[in-house]
Structures are given as structure tokens and as C-alpha cells.
Ligand binder design. Sequence first.
Ligand SMILES: Nc1ncnc2c1ncn2[C@@H]1O[C@H](COP(=O)(O)OP(=O)(O)OP(=O)(O)O)[C@@H](O)[C@H]1O
Length: 252
Amino acid sequence: MKSTPIPQPAVTVRNVSRVYGDTANPIHALRDVSLDLHRREFTAIMGPSGSGKSTLMNVISGLDEVSSGLVAVGGTAVSGLNDTARTVLRRHHIGFVFQSFNLVPTLTADENIKLPFVLAGRPMDTETRAWIAHLVRVLGLHDRLDHKPGELSGGQQQRVAIARALAGRPTIILADEPTGALDTRTSREVLSLLTTTAREYGQAIAMVTHDPVAASYADRTVILADGRIAGEYGRLDPHQISDLLIGMEVAA
Ligand SMILES: Nc1ncnc2c1ncn2[C@@H]1O[C@H](COP(=O)(O)OP(=O)(O)OP(=O)(O)O)[C@@H](O)[C@H]1O
């Protein structure tokens, strides 16, 4: 009898702890965190300043080491890899979206979108070119491709960054306050786009945010407090998220 394969999470975080400092003065940035991030799922990671959100992103992307526990991206354990293998894993499996867009100012929008392929020495086949052309159309960037980042609005720059992150069809997109530098209307556009990306393209997305409105676009909200997962919720409205965060601050 043929068994149905169990879908593997895009990212697995198992009993991960990250301790900084020395044994006399340890700083527990993450304490026994376990979390799966799935395809088609848009997850918001929230929590007070210093709760471990950036550390969680950094151990997932292999930019930081775990002190104990396991992180796997696309089924590959990150901890077992050397620096070169981590760089390769990042290039092939992870798309990054930052608050500050992080586009190369001297390159055009088109060149920025295709940069990950150039850096990875990965040729773009016909299917990839068609996929990028599709993304450019959906993101409304077709008449901006020859422009450099300085000639684009913040929202357009972030759309270029999202196209760049999606171009290689990564296992996971890690977004760090992607709407932090955008006005309300543009933020909504970018968040809707991330929602669509998860739903229509099956993309796994984890977004760090302090903004309850941004988190309300996610399918799931994970709240960290003092390095631990303090709560995991399905889709919530901004008021519910604010109440949860305020409740945690009061309890702390
Ligand atoms: N390289 C480091 N060396 C020492 N301590 C660190 C280091 N990186 C982070 N920490 C500490 O680990 C804890 C978690 O930090 P982290 O940056 O992950 O929090 P955060 O939730 O992302 O905060 P914010 O919302 O302010 O960005 C904090 O106490 C921080 O001071």
C-alpha cells in the first residue's frame, strides 16, 4: 500500500535555547523554544523589546548559533553546517525582507530582483524568468524596472524587495518589520501582498512586528516573552492582539 507522505514543515525549531554572556552573567535570549513554520502560512512573531524575536530569526537563518536544540530549514539541520554551507542554505532556502528594504542603490529594480541568482551563480531558466515576469506584473513594477532604488517610493522599494525574496521560491521568507518605514496605505498593500503570497503561492512567511495591525494580516501570531513562547494564536484582530500584548506587559 502506498503511504501518503507527511508534509514537512518549512522550518522546524526544536527546544532551542540561546544564551549570551558568560556563565556568571548569562543572558537567556531564547529558552526552550519549539515552533514549526509551514508552507501556505503567514506567521507573525511578536513580543516586547528584548523578548528574543531577532535572535529567533537569526538562529533560523543560521546567522547565529543555538546554544542547544535544533533548527532545520527545508529538512536540513542548520546547526550541523559550516559557514559556507550556511551561506548556500540561505541563498537557496531563505528570502529576506527588511524594514530598510536593503536594496543595492547602484543597481536597477530589475537587477536587484535578479541579484540572488547572480550571487548564487544560479542560471535563470525559462520557468524562472516567467515567474519573475509574473511577480513584476502582480507587484505593479513593470514600468519601474529600469529605475534605481533612489528613484522609487518606499512602497515600490519594498515591492522590489518582496519580488527579490520571492524570485528564488525560497522555503521561508523572513520579514523583519517590513512595513516599519511605510505609510498606512502602503503598509496595507504590502501586508495584503504577503497574505496573497502565502495563500496563492504556498509561501511560508515569518514576520517580526510590533504592530498589531500588521500582525492581524497573519494566519497565526506567536508571542515571545523573556525568550519563551508565551502564546500562539490563530488569526486575530488588532484589538485582540493589543489586549494580549498589554496583558503580558501587566503580568511581567
Ligand atoms: N549578541 C548579543 N550579545 C549579548 N546579548 C544579546 C545579543 N543579542 C541579543 N542579546 C540579548 O538577548 C535578548 C533578546 O534580544 P533580541 O534582539 O532577540 O530581542 P528582540 O525581541 O528582537 O528585541 P527588539 O524588539 O528590541 O528588536 C536581549 O536581552 C538582548 O539584549
